[in-house]
Write a protein that binds this ligand. Structure first.
Ligand code: PLP
Length: 375
């Protein structure tokens, strides 16, 4: 048996909608499909405004512009995350203050955030790793106390909740990814959610190349022009049409992914305990959106041994992030603080295949193969 790590799921309607978009005569951005996607996401998750972008990276860059990041401003980001979470702010000249992860979860350690805040701190970027919420009450109260902007990196967190509130609706701004590795995808794609009124008008301008074109199309102004900085952050209607087919199937996709996740958990829990391996933790304030199934091994050797054994048996399991504070790009700029939890997840975390079309017998095979490995 050969089982890949990921396989992007096609719901079946993608080509119909792309065909409609192409033959509608309006294939650039902000057309019918873009607006359908945005309206759906706003109403389903209570975002004040949703703007489709060409990637989560772009949405983070828009966030950095909206937060008015200037050289020397400090932005607190977990070290255990994808490059863009930090890079988007570095491009605006920010100094990144890397935070460690929690001992029980790869998410940012909320209890150690306050000591990282200085008079230069402007933004905190919590990342909802595996779609599991950070403790947002703690983060938002720090933001209130020190007058900071919170930008949720919800790239993995579509349709996941914190104390009943949708992720992405809590921070002042939030970003999502529709990259092909995410639950809902359009190949490349993303979303900026704006929850704070003060950013709404400017977000549309930055999105449309620094112009007030959106206001013009709504008939609010009688001509449009260059009014601010920005870029071409909006995807074409072809991308939005593909995304619409995915969003129509959101409930179905989530249901199946969560089932697979639960099957892994039930099948591997006893084995993990007996082998010194930690299973994923979902705090009681968070939900599970079935984005990814990970385990944390007792050592890097154990993790690599499992990956190799699975590979010999046709199963593609994989590690995840390399701590950003240890990266070639940032290491020399880092202040020398040790971030032991981030390094532990770098060395010991393992992810198993999880995609919509993964079949029952394949999941059984993966579980049984893993169970043959004992220390
Ligand atoms: C996938 C991901 C991103 C980047 O998303 P793109 O759409 O590929 O730009 C950023 N942050 C996190 C946490 C991610 O998982």
């Amino acid at each position: 048996m050969k089982i890949p790590f990921n396989k992007p799921y096609l719901t079946g309607r993608e080509m119909d909608y792309i065909y409609q978009a192409v033959y509608s005569g309006k294939i650039s951005g902000n057309g019918m499909f873009t607006q359908k996607c945005q309206r759906l996401l706003e109403s389903r998750y209570g975002f004040k405004k949703a703007l489709l972008t060409t990637s989560c990276t772009d949405a983070l860059e828009m966030g950095a512009i909206l937060a008015d990041i200037k050289p020397g401003d400090e932005v607190i980001v977990p070290s255990y995350t994808f490059v863009s979470t930090a890079l988007a702010f570095v491009r605006q000249g920010a100094k990144i203050i890397f935070a460690d992860s929690r001992p029980d979860h790869p998410g940012i350690d909320e209890d150690k955030l306050e000591e990282l805040i200085t008079p230069k701190t402007k933004v905190i970027v919590p990342v909802h790793y595996a779609g599991v919420a950070c403790d947002m009450d703690k983060i938002m109260s720090l933001a209130d106390k020190y007058n900071l902007i919170v930008i949720e990196d919800a790239a993995q967190a579509i349709d996941s909740f914190y104390r009943g509130k949708p992720l992405g609706s809590i921070g002042h701004l939030a970003t999502f990814s529709f990259h092909e590795t995410k639950n809902i995808n359009s190949g490349e794609g993303g979303l900026l959610a704006i929850n704070d009124e003060r950013f709404i008008r400017r977000s549309e301008i930055i999105w449309e190349i620094g112009t007030n074109r959106s206001e013009f199309f709504r008939g609010e102004v009688n001509k449009y022009g260059w009014v601010d900085i920005g870029s071409s952050f909006l995807p074409s209607e072809i991308t939005a049409a593909y995304l619409w087919a995915q969003l129509e199937n959101l409930d179905n996709i989530q249901k199946r992914r969560i089932e697979i996740w639960q099957q892994y958990f039930a099948g591997l829990n006893d084995w993990a305990i007996n082998n010194g391996i930690k299973m994923p933790k979902i705090p009681d304030y968070a939900t599970n959106n079935g984005h990814l199934f990970y385990m944390v091994c007792g050592s890097g050797d154990q993790r690599n041994q499992i990956i190799n054994y699975l590979k010999e048996n046709g199963i593609q399991a994989t590690f995840h992030y390399l701590s950003l504070h240890q990266s070639l790009f940032y290491k020399s700029k880092q202040d020398g603080r040790e971030l032991p939890q981030s390094d532990r997840y770098t060395n010991c975390l393992l992810r198993l295949p999880l995609f919509y079309e993964l079949k029952e017998n394949e999941i059984e095979y993966i579980i049984n193969t893993i169970k043959q490995i004992t220390k």
